[in-house]
Design a protein around this ligand. Structure first.
Ligand SMILES: *Cc1c(COP(=O)(O)O)cnc(C)c1O
Length: 386
């Protein structure tokens, strides 16, 4: 079955809900047991307590598992908590963590501040390291964490080579996890490439409408039980209304992502032609250094990319960004509306330094003629000759 069709069917069991097309929203903490035998665990019942799952959460978990080709999926209250959960599920105290240098900034903070307290040493590695990651592996390495493409500069990682290196290590104990938020399981399926844990900030494209926070972690058969237990011990669960919004978003994800990609590619090509744009960071562009790997491993792109302008002053940047009419300035991305933010590149393994002005855009569903006009007026206000 094609992805578009899967997205329509995934997780739906209308016959169990009096024919309702969508799974109802269960607002439940307490779930009443039908008998003493049930509360003693001798009679099997599907749901026992709201935190441990309801038909609403089960619908999204099974839908995401289907799209990720996973044994199982757990839901968390945000993408950030999904990242932390995957790290906690994959590591033990005292182990060594290899974290990609282009990780989402709160992921870096979690490693540097929280995992350090747990005695885990984080070592950042070059996103372009590929199979050479072998040279960084230690006897106590517990987890290699990837994010591909990376935050802000969109380097594509050689995931199969990194997974192969992890598996070939004599300790036999190195797990891999990947933050797959950019591609979504429509455009990249980490577990098919041998990754143990796939993380989504569902807040972005799955919810897709800038109105809910949600995370998912999916795992293979060998890792799901560890993941499920860690999730339960941390007391994590997602709010029912937000789960409903994610299920709703999922139905149109293929359609939206297709348009985000088409529009982003149009915008990226246009930006490349402007004399004051130094570089566009978007793996779907033939000029991008990650293009070949992206073509090999991904089946599509997202609407999020960055570009570098010739240097400008803070005042010029303000003139440009403060007066845009379509591009909003704000964090998160993946919604129907276009966004723009100046981007920071906090790197330690391979510092990224430039005197140019880096900007990150999330291309929404507006017409690209209007988006180009909005940006062009901004460039003119900032004094870029056109
Ligand atoms: C936004 C984001 C997250 C965190 O998601 P939240 O729902 O905002 O907590 C994690 N990883 C990546 C790559 C993101 O872009």
């Amino acid at each position: 079955m094609k992805e578009e069709t899967k997205a329509i069917l995934a997780g739906r069991k209308s016959q169990e809900f009096n024919g309702a097309v969508n799974t109802p929203v269960y607002h439940a903490s307490t779930i009443l047991y039908p008998s003493l035998a049930a509360i003693r665990g001798k009679q099997k019942i599907p749901y026992t307590y709201g935190r441990r799952g309801t038909p609403t959460s089960a619908a999204l978990e099974s839908a995401v598992s289907e799209m990720e080709n996973a044994e199982g999926t757990v839901l968390t209250p945000s993408g950030a908590s999904a990242v932390s959960l995957a790290i906690l599920a994959g590591l033990e105290a005292g182990q060594h963590l290899l974290m990609v240098d282009t990780a989402y900034e709160p992921t870096r903070k979690f490693c540097d501040r929280f995992m350090a307290r747990m005695g885990v040493e984080t070592q950042y590695y070059d996103p372009l390291i590929g199979g050479d990651i072998t040279n960084l592996l230690r006897d106590n390495t517990g987890l290699i964490f990837m994010e591909s493409p990376g935050s802000q500069t969109f380097e594509v990682q050689d995931v199969p080579a990194i997974v192969a290196a992890a598996r070939a290590h004599p300790s036999g104990k190195i797990k891999t996890a990947l933050d797959n938020t950019w591609a979504t399981p429509l455009h990249f399926k980490p577990l098919d490439h041998g990754v143990d844990f796939s993380v989504q900030a569902a807040t972005k494209y799955i919810v897709g409408h800038a109105d809910a926070l949600l995370g998912t972690v999916s795992a293979t058969k060998a890792n799901f039980e560890d993941l499920r237990r860690t999730h339960a011990m941390l007391g994590l669960c997602a709010a029912p209304d937000d789960v409903f919004l994610a299920l709703r978003g999922l139905r149109t994800l293929p359609l939206r992502l297709h348009q985000h990609q088409t529009s982003a590619l149009d915008m990226a090509h246009w930006l490349e032609t402007l004399p004051f744009v130094r570089r566009v960071f978007y793996p779907a562009l033939a000029s991008d250094t990650g293009h070949a790997l992206w073509q090999r491993d991904f089946s599509g792109a997202a609407g999020l990319f960055s570009f570098e302008l010739e240097p400008c002053s803070e005042a010029q940047l303000g003139e440009m960004l403060d007066n845009l009419s379509l591009f909003g300035m704000g964090y998160s991305w993946g919604g129907f509306e276009s966004l723009i933010v100046p981007c920071e590149t906090p790197r330690t393994a391979v510092p990224f330094e430039t005197d140019g002005q880096m900007l990150r855009v999330s291309i929404g569903l507006e017409h690209t003629d209007d988006l180009k006009a909005d940006l062009m007026a901004g460039f003119q206000r900032a004094g870029y000759a056109v």
